[in-house]
Ligand binder design. Structure first.
Ligand SMILES: Cc1cc2nc3c(=O)[nH]c(=O)nc-3n(C[C@H](O)[C@H](O)[C@H](O)COP(=O)(O)O)c2cc1C
Length: 328
């Protein structure tokens, strides 16, 4: 399957959440869904030499590296590093409502400078053979999305952007926290559909507030090319990912979260043997049985026991058995 087909469904880039352990878990739940890294800033890679931020497991493919930055040459170099590490796609973050950093602006504020974003995309495009994509908002602050979004898309397409994911709400750069900026500005899915009408050849994924596979399928049936899911995929990974392969891609079986716990054990063992801590992996597994009988027991045992010194794989067995007792 080609990357563009995998992009029918993706798990959003989420700082502190979609790290390599989380992605490994998500990959066991769905073999096909495209996974994104947390945002890695170009300055951290290029000036800071923090190449460990690029480490990932071969099993995670297809996996996209999301970069933050606004300097074309630096982003090109960061993209080169990402491609050399084996990422399948390099994505530029134009949606994060973060403050300016020393290196200049990055994230959603780039919605105000489509020419600069185009320069960044063109530089990244020249630097790597893998696909270069953009994740953006519909606008920021007092911008009129109907006007700015088509111009933004036209510029990045002309610069060689192959796919775009649109988080279907504005970012308000003044006065809202990043968290509030994921909930308060209203969603405008119709605008995303209209963009597909204006750019029929551009692969457009919609993001924001999509919390079930039913909803994802409705967007795909409605003419969009892809759906990106963030928080719901993290908090209820089984609901979103277990049936994704069969329903969204028409391949494979529905995965079983319990079998996935077993399949995580060798991975966790290897992590522990290399000096890692249990909780670094299991924190992403808390929602695995969300909505199922005993889910609370599972979550409680993992959250209480995994951080204890010396905690090992037996915590998973205890959590499963507490869950089963509760469910019985
Ligand atoms: C904890 C957290 C961290 C996030 N970090 C990033 C990030 O690094 N890059 C990015 O483009 N978006 C980031 N986002 C935004 C998500 O990618 C997504 O656009 C947003 O959560 C809306 O989708 P959802 O409603 O499906 O969660 C983050 C969201 C959350 C909840």
């Amino acid at each position: 399957m080609q990357l563009i087909q995998h992009a029918r469904l993706s798990v959003a880039p989420m700082m502190d959440w979609t790290d390599r352990h989380c992605r490994y878990l998500h990959r066991l739940l769905s073999g096909q869904t495209l996974l994104y890294t947390e945002m890695v800033t170009a300055p951290a890679l290029v000036r800071g030499g923090a190449l460990h931020l690029l480490d990932f497991s071969a099993e995670e493919h297809p996996v996209a590296l999301q970069l933050g930055g606004s300097d074309p040459a630096e982003l090109a170099q960061a993209a080169r590093l990402g491609a050399a590490h084996g990422y399948d796609e390099i994505n530029l973050n134009c949606g994060c409502p973060s403050d300016r950093v020393q290196s200049g602006s990055f994230g959603a504020v780039l919605m105000k400078t489509p020419g600069l974003v185009a320069d960044c995309v063109a530089a990244m495009r020249d630097a790597v053979d893998v696909e270069v994509t953009v994740k953006c908002r519909i606008g920021v602050d007092d911008q009129n999305p109907e006007e700015v979004l088509p111009e933004f898309l036209a510029r990045i397409v002309a610069a060689g952007c192959e796919r775009v994911t649109i988080h279907a709400r504005k970012a308000w750069l003044e006065g809202l926290s990043p968290k509030e900026n994921r909930d308060i500005p209203p969603l405008d899915y119709d605008l995303v559909h209209r963009m597909k009408g204006l750019f029929p050849n551009l692969h457009i994924s919609v993001n924001g507030g999509i919390a079930s596979l039913d909803a994802a399928e409705a967007f795909l049936e409605g003419g969009l090319d892809g759906v990106m899911i963030g928080r719901a995929a993290y908090h209820q990974p089984a609901d979103i990912l277990c049936a994704a392969d069969s329903r969204i891609y028409g391949v494979g079986e529905v995965s079983d979260p319990r079998a996935v716990v077993e399949a995580m054990k060798p991975y966790i063992d290897a992590h522990l043997s290399s000096g890692g801590k249990l909780g670094q992996v299991t924190r992403h597994m808390l929602g695995l049985f969300a909505g199922k009988p005993g889910a609370r027991q599972w979550r409680r045992v993992l959250s209480e026991d995994a951080p204890r010194p010396g905690a090992g794989i037996e915590v998973l067995d205890k959590a499963l058995s507490m869950m089963d007792q509760r469910a019985a």
